[in-house]
Design a protein around this ligand. Structure first.
Ligand code: SAM
Length: 414
């Protein structure tokens, strides 16, 4: 087991007890070919959403500080390396998470057979949409650190030095999937466990990327599944990550998330996971018999293009040549594929909403109520949306698009 002591940190200018500013005087621009490669990678990465990223400009305009966030509602602390503009946007008092942590013990962390180490397991039955845990990060750093003076590992080490010894010890016990030939232990742990979070970025010519890396000590123990039963939900305002059930999870079942978007084929998924996280996936979906693989691959690729191939709700409402159930049937098919592939993480709630809307437009009270309840149950974490939906379920005639399809076809609304 590696020791929890952190080696020496990068050069810092101490300004106050809680914030240190990193010196930029030895900062050199990286070689042109490196900039070109990084620009191409970042601009083409849809999750970073930065089609005009310019590494040279980014580096030239960065000034960072090391700053510990403390919270009013817990004794937890987060050590952050942030662009000074981003740090200045943090509120002085960070509010508590939007939904209070669940009562009682919801999970335990223990050995997971076949999954290289530990995993998170449900300690009680958790309903669909149920909150499993809510956690603050111990450490946050930019996705790309625009200072060439130190290695990435040096920055992470400086952050660890700002945390209590028991927190550092727990960090050092996290999984490391990277070989020593690639990077040191601290960087390996970061690359294995960091979760992408989005922070508010300042509106300047070369903004910091909003995507940052964050470490969460409990949620990091969730293993991957190609049909996960839980998802992460980041709330930037309260600096908290919630883990939410995507379908009912029974006590004792492993809680899993998806490390990659699992709509590609089984072999592509396995190649990605091996390259990025160095493991051969042992999830239940990869373990299905090979006779089911090609059907599953086709179903997953169908979901990738589902929305592009579909007319909009308004088009369907206004076009009497389209069948009354054309849109509803397409969404019901998507729901059934999602359920058989365990992909509720993929806009499942949007399909439920669309089906309820379709039945509402057709003035079918019974079906409208049934699907609207399912849509509500899927997201109980959003109390305001639930309240609005409950109002419509109670009195469907108040639903904003009630009877629209019938109206477009020339029949009366009521
Ligand atoms: C973020 S950690 C997850 C928790 C980890 N099992 C632990 O003991 O802390 C990621 C590592 O867990 C293992 N892992 C996660 N999901 C897996 C899966 N579906 N099959 C096999 N190994 C998996 C891999 O070794 C991977 O690099």
């Amino acid at each position: 087991m590696p020791t929890a002591t952190a080696p020496s940190s990068p050069e810092l200018t101490n300004v106050s007890a809680s914030t240190s500013y990193l010196r930029r005087d030895r900062c050199r621009p990286p070689p042109l070919h490196f900039c070109a490669q990084m620009n191409a990678n970042i601009r083409s990465n849809p999750s970073l959403d930065s089609p005009y990223f310019d590494l040279a400009g980014h580096i030239g305009s960065r000034a960072y500080c090391l700053h510990n966030i403390v919270y009013g509602d817990t004794a937890d602390e987060t050590a952050t390396l942030l662009d000074v503009g981003v740090k200045d946007l943090l509120p002085i008092l960070i509010p508590p998470p939007p939904v209070p942590a669940p009562k009682g013990v919801t999970f335990s962390i223990r050995k997971s057979e076949g999954k290289n180490g530990l995993g998170m397991f449900a300690a009680q039955n958790i309903p669909v949409g149920g909150l499993i845990t809510v956690e603050r990060p111990i450490l946050v750093a930019p996705y790309i650190i625009g200072l060439q003076t130190h290695s990435e590992s040096d920055f992470y080490t400086a952050l660890l030095q700002r945390l209590p010894a028991d927190t550092v010890a727990r960090f050092m016990e996290l999984a490391n999937c990277k070989p020593a030939s690639e990077c040191d232990i601290v960087e390996g742990i970061m690359r294995t466990n960091a979760i992408a979070i989005t922070l508010d970025v300042p509106d300047v010519p070369h903004p910091e990327l909003s995507t940052h890396r964050a470490i969460f000590l409990d949620i990091s123990r969730c293993n991957h599944s190609c049909g996960p039963n839980a998802r992460w939900q980041w709330d930037a305002a309260s600096f908290s990550l919630s883990l939410v059930a995507l379908r009912p999870i029974e006590a004792g079942q492993e809680i899993t998330v998806a490390y990659i978007t699992p709509t590609c084929s089984r072999s592509e998924r396995r190649t990605k996971l091996k390259t990025m996280y160095n493991f051969s996936c042992r999830c239940d979906f990869c373990a299905r018999p090979s006779s089911l693989t090609s059907k599953s691959d086709v179903s997953r690729s169908e979901l990738q293009t589902f929305w592009a191939a579909l007319p909009s709700f308004e088009e369907w409402c206004l076009n009497p040549n389209m069948g009354d159930y054309a849109l509803i049937d397409a969404h019901i098919r998507a729901v059934s594929v999602i359920e058989s592939e365990g992909l509720e993480m993929l806009e499942y709630g949007k399909h439920l909403d669309a089906i309820a809307m379709g039945y509402g437009a057709l003035r079918d009270v019974e079906q409208f109520r049934q699907w609207a309840w399912r849509a509500r149950d899927f997201r109980p974490m959003d109390p305001e949306a639930s309240r609005v939906l409950e109002g419509w379920i109670l009195d469907p005639e108040t639903f904003p698009v009630w009877g629209w399809r019938n109206l477009a076809k020339g029949s009366p609304k009521n």
